[in-house]
Design a protein around this ligand. Structure first.
Ligand code: MGP
Ligand code: SAH
Length: 304
């Protein structure tokens, strides 16, 4: 039977209501209270994006997210997480300290839809066995070979890694630049990045726990690898202004610091949205597979 658009829409709404119910139970369980239920973009917000397909709320270090088709519900608070996947086939709650650890990962500590990252662990970090990483770190860290390539393109001077996560890029920048200023607004991931930088023997890094969009910093160049909106970012056409922090706002904010900017973005980006000025798009491949785009501005553009 072919479903009409209206029918698909009704079904989606139904799923969303269900996802919202699950989200609320998760919030209740952890006594997380939400403020405004309609706005997005603020902390303490629960909102809808993209035709009701997407709910996201962020409260300081808490992170709650559901995406299209109920595939993914995640809450993280002090390293505790609850996650449900499609059809509720999987529900995991981690409360005891041991399973909250950021190392000693094994497949059974990850939901099925994230097993692929575990299989790629040594391409994420060649020293993976000594690394600390959390759930969001798993799906957002830049694989080491790509991070090395980016560091070669951005080498020298002082660089800001505005959204440093668990440090995949920071570590490689530290090897090729004089100084790295590494920022993350999530304490757990910032601690992972500090630990991981020590594992790789890097010392020329200043770590800052804070909101990049609020900080007033000076540097020669800025690398931007913001949250794309969860692991389902490539289910539909990707717009930089649908990211949890609008891509246009990130770019404009960064222009106050420097013209030499590199934006790390999904392979399904809309190029026309990035043409703020003269720009170079570079496809980033790993093992023959297109992973992402690196988008360069200013003197970072390769003009040869
Ligand atoms: P992916 O598409 O989730 O994985 O992410 P893969 O292996 O290409 O899976 P497939 O099933 O699509 O074949 C690819 C890469 O994009 C990751 O390794 C990260 O480097 C990067 N990446 C993914 N996400 C969701 C984010 C994000 O939110 N922010 C940033 N900065 N990078 C991300
Ligand atoms: N390049 C990183 C991955 C970055 S993922 C790596 O290789 O490990 C994006 C990161 O941005 C997440 O860790 C998230 O906590 C952080 N983040 C989100 N909003 C932020 C903000 N306003 N300021 C700084 N960091 C932020």
């Amino acid at each position: 039977m072919i479903k009409s658009k209206a029918q698909k829409r009704r079904e989606r709404r139904f799923k969303l209501v269900k996802a919202r119910g699950e989200l609320q139970s998760a919030l209740d369980k952890y006594s997380i209270s939400l403020g405004n239920t309609n706005s997005l973009g603020n902390t303490n917000s629960l909102g809808f994006l993209n035709d009701d397909e997407y709910i996201q709320t962020t409260r300081d270090d808490d992170y709650i997210q559901t995406t299209r088709d109920d595939e993914y519900l995640q809450t993280t608070r002090d390293d505790e997480y609850i996650q449900t996947t499609r059809d509720d086939e999987y529900l995991q709650t981690t409360e005891n300290k041991e399973s909250n650890t950021l190392d000693n990962w094994s497949l059974d500590r990850l939901p099925k839809n994230m097993h692929k990252y575990y299989h790629q662990r040594y391409s994420l970090f060649s020293l993976f066995d000594h690394i600390k990483i959390d759930m969001e770190g798993w799906f957002s860290v830049t694989p080491e070979q790509i991070a090395i390539h980016l560091a070669n393109r951005l080498k020298g001077g002082t660089i800001i890694d505005a959204f440093c996560g668990v440090g995949g890029n920071t570590i490689q920048f530290a090897k090729k630049c004089d100084k790295v200023i590494a920022i993350d607004n999530n304490k757990t991931r910032l601690e992972c990045a500090k630990h991981n930088a020590r594992v790789y023997g890097c010392e020329n890094i200043e770590f800052i726990h804070g909101d990049y969009m609020q900080l007033d910093l000076k540097a020669d160049k800025v690398f931007l690898s913001p949250p794309w909106g969860g692991i389902s970012y490539n289910q539909s056409e990707f717009s930089i202004d649908d990211m949890p922090i609008k891509g246009t706002d990130i770019f404009n904010r960064t222009k106050r610091i420097t013209n030499d900017i590199c934006f790390f973005l999904p392979r399904n980006l809309k190029k026309e949205e990035l043409m703020f000025e003269d720009v170079e798009f570079e496809e980033t491949f790993l093992d023959g597979k297109l992973k992402s785009y690196s988008v360069y501005y200013g003197n970072l553009i390769n003009r040869h």
